[in-house]
Write a protein that binds this ligand. Structure first.
Ligand SMILES: NC(=O)c1ccc[n+]([C@@H]2O[C@H](COP(=O)([O-])OP(=O)(O)OC[C@H]3O[C@@H](n4cnc5c(N)ncnc54)[C@H](OP(=O)(O)O)[C@@H]3O)[C@@H](O)[C@H]2O)c1
Length: 289
C-alpha cells in the first residue's frame, strides 16, 4: 500500500487530458482532479447537456480550471472520428466510459453494445488520437477495466454474442478486452519507439450509476466506495512517475495481476487484428516509425 493521494498529483499545467465518460461516476472526479492540478481537461461525453453540466461543476469547484466539453459517442464510430478530429493536443487519455450488464443491444455499427462501447470505441479513439499522443513526450493512456475481466472469454466465431449472450459475460468480455488492449498497446508503442505508457485500472466497487442499475443496489451505501475513491487508481496511473507500462492498478493502488487469459500475448494480438478490421482504425503511427 502506498500513501499516494490526489494531492500528490504533480503540476499538470500545459498538459491536455481527454476523459471519456467524464460527466458522471468515476469519470467526473477524475477530470476534476486533473483540472485542479492544472491540466486542460476535455470532458468527452455523449450527451451535451450532461457534458456541459459536468464542465460547470468542475468550474464551480476550480474556478480557474481549463475545462471544455467534447461530444463523443463511443457506440458510434462516426462520432468517435468526429470527436478525434476536434482534438488538437492530448497528453493523457483516460478511457473511462463504460456500459455494464445490459440486455443484448447493438451499437450504431452493429457491434454487441458492451464490447462495442467499452472496447472497440476506445480502441478506435486511441488509434485516431495516436498521432497526437505520439507527439506528446511521456503520453499516457489509462484504460479503466475491472476485476470482472477474470470471467471474460472471447469467442472470435461469435463476436456478436448472437449464439450465446449474457449481461455479465458480455461485461466481463469487454473488460478482458480492455486489459488485452492495454498490454498490446504498450508492446506496440515500445516496438515502434513511441514514448507512450499504457496502463489499466480496476476502480474497485464504487457507488455509481452502473451499480445503481444492477442487483447490488440495496447494498450501495454499505460496500461501495465513493466515486472520488474510485477515481484514485486512474489518477495515479495517469500521473505518478512510478508507473510502468502494462501495469494494472486496483483499489488502494494495489498492483493487480491480470488473469492468465488477460496476459496472453497471442490473444491480445488476435484481438488487435480483429479490432483493426472491425473499426478500420489502423494505428498507422506505429507502422510509420
Ligand atoms: N462502479 C464500479 O463499481 C466499477 C467497477 C469496476 C469497473 N468500473 C468501470 O469504471 C468505468 C466508469 O464507470 P462508472 O462506475 O463511473 O459508471 P457510470 O457512472 O455509469 O459512468 C459511465 C460513463 O460512461 C459513459 N458512457 C456510456 N456509454 C457511452 C457512450 N456510448 N459514449 C460515451 N460515453 C458513454 C456514461 O455516459 P452517460 O451519462 O451519457 O450514460 C457515463 O459518463 C467503466 O469503464 C466501468 O466499467 C466501475
Amino acid at each position: 500500500m502506498t500513501k499516494w493521494t490526489p494531492a500528490s498529483i504533480p503540476d499538470l499545467t500545459g498538459k491536455t487530458a481527454v476523459v471519456t465518460g467524464a460527466n458522471s461516476g468515476i469519470g467526473l472526479p477524475t477530470a476534476l482532479e486533473l483540472a485542479r492540478h492544472g491540466a486542460h481537461v476535455v470532458v468527452a461525453a455523449r450527451d451535451q447537456g450532461k457534458g456541459e453540466e459536468a464542465v460547470a461543476r468542475i468550474l464551480r469547484a476550480v474556478p480557474d480550471a481549463r475545462a471544455e466539453y467534447g461530444r463523443l459517442d463511443l457506440a458510434d464510430l462516426a462520432s468517435v472520428r468526429r470527436f478525434a478530429g476536434t482534438v488538437r493536443k492530448v497528453d493523457l487519455l483516460i478511457n473511462n466510459a463504460g456500459v455494464a450488464m445490459l440486455p443484448r443491444r447493438e451499437t450504431r455499427d452493429g457491434f454487441e453494445m458492451q464490447f462495442g462501447t467499452n472496447h472497440l470505441g476506445h480502441f478506435a479513439l486511441t488509434g485516431l488520437l495516436l498521432p497526437r499522443l505520439a507527439a506528446s513526450p511521456g503520453a499516457r493512456v489509462v484504460t479503466v477495466s475491472s476485476d470482472a475481466h477474470a470471467a471474460g472469454r472471447i469467442d472470435f466465431d461469435d463476436l456478436g454474442m448472437e449464439r450465446r449472450y449474457g449481461r455479465v459475460s458480455g461485461y466481463a468480455r469487454s473488460k478482458l478486452a480492455n486489459l488485452l488492449f492495454t498490454g498490446e498497446l504498450q508492446r506496440r508503442a515500445a516496438k515502434a519507439g513511441v514514448d507512450l505508457t499504457s496502463v489499466a485500472t480496476h476502480p474497485g466497487a464504487t457507488a455509481t450509476r452502473i451499480v445503481k442499475l444492477g442487483p447490488l443496489q440495496p447494498l450501495m451505501g454499505l460496500i461501495f466506495q465513493s466515486p472520488e475513491a474510485g477515481a484514485v487508481p486512474s489518477l495515479y496511473a495517469a500521473t505518478s512517475p512510478d508507473v510502468r507500462g502494462g501495469e494494472f492498478f486496483g483499489p488502494k493502488l494495489k498492483l493487480l495481476q491480470p488473469s492468465e487469459r488477460a496476459r496472453s500475448e497471442e490473444l491480445a494480438a488476435r484481438l488487435w487484428e480483429v479490432s483493426t478490421e472491425l473499426t478500420g482504425v489502423r494505428f498507422e503511427e506505429f507502422a510509420n516509425r
